[in-house]
Design a binder for this molecule. Sequence first.
Ligand code: HEC
Length: 127
Amino acid sequence: MQGTTFKYWLVLIVPGIAVIAAGVTGNQDGKDDRAVIRNVMQKAMKGGIAAKFAKGEASADERAQLITLFTSLTGTKAPKGDAKSWNEKTSALLAAVSANDRNAFTKASNCAACHKEHKGGLAPGKN
Ligand code: HEC
C-alpha cells in the first residue's frame, strides 16, 4: 500500500515542478529569466549546495533542491550568448544532478566557462 501511495504522489509532484518552472520562466522580455538565473546562482552555486553535491556531501533534500533550481534554469534565456550552448549547459546541469553523476556535474558546473559565454553586463536593477 505504501509503495503505491508514494508512486501516486510522485506522479503529482513531478509535473507540478515542471508547471511551476514554466510559470516562473514564461515571459517575453528576459527580465524574469535573469531573476530566475540569479536565484539559481545565489542558492545553488554561490550558496554552496552545488559544491557539496560535487563532493558527494549533499543530502537527499539538497539534491532535490538542486533539481528544482536547475529545472527552473532550463526554461530560461541567457542574458548573453548562443541559445543552443545555453540550453546544452543548463540541461547538462539538470541531467547530472538527476542521474546523481558527480563527475558530469563537476564538468557541467564550470563557473568561469559559462560566465564567459553567457553572463551579461550589470545585474538587473543595477544598470
Ligand atoms: C550554465 C551556466 C552557468 C554556470 C555553470 C555558472 N553560472 Fe553563475 N551565472 C550565469 C549567468 C548567465 C549569470 C548572469 C545572471 C544575470 O545577471 O543575468 C550568472 C551570475 C552569477 C552570479 C551573480 C548573481 C547575481 O545575483 O547577480 C554569481 C554569484 C554566480 N553566477 C556564481 C556562480 C558560481 C560560483 C558558479 C560555479 C560553481 C556558477 N555561477 C556557475 C551562468 C552560470
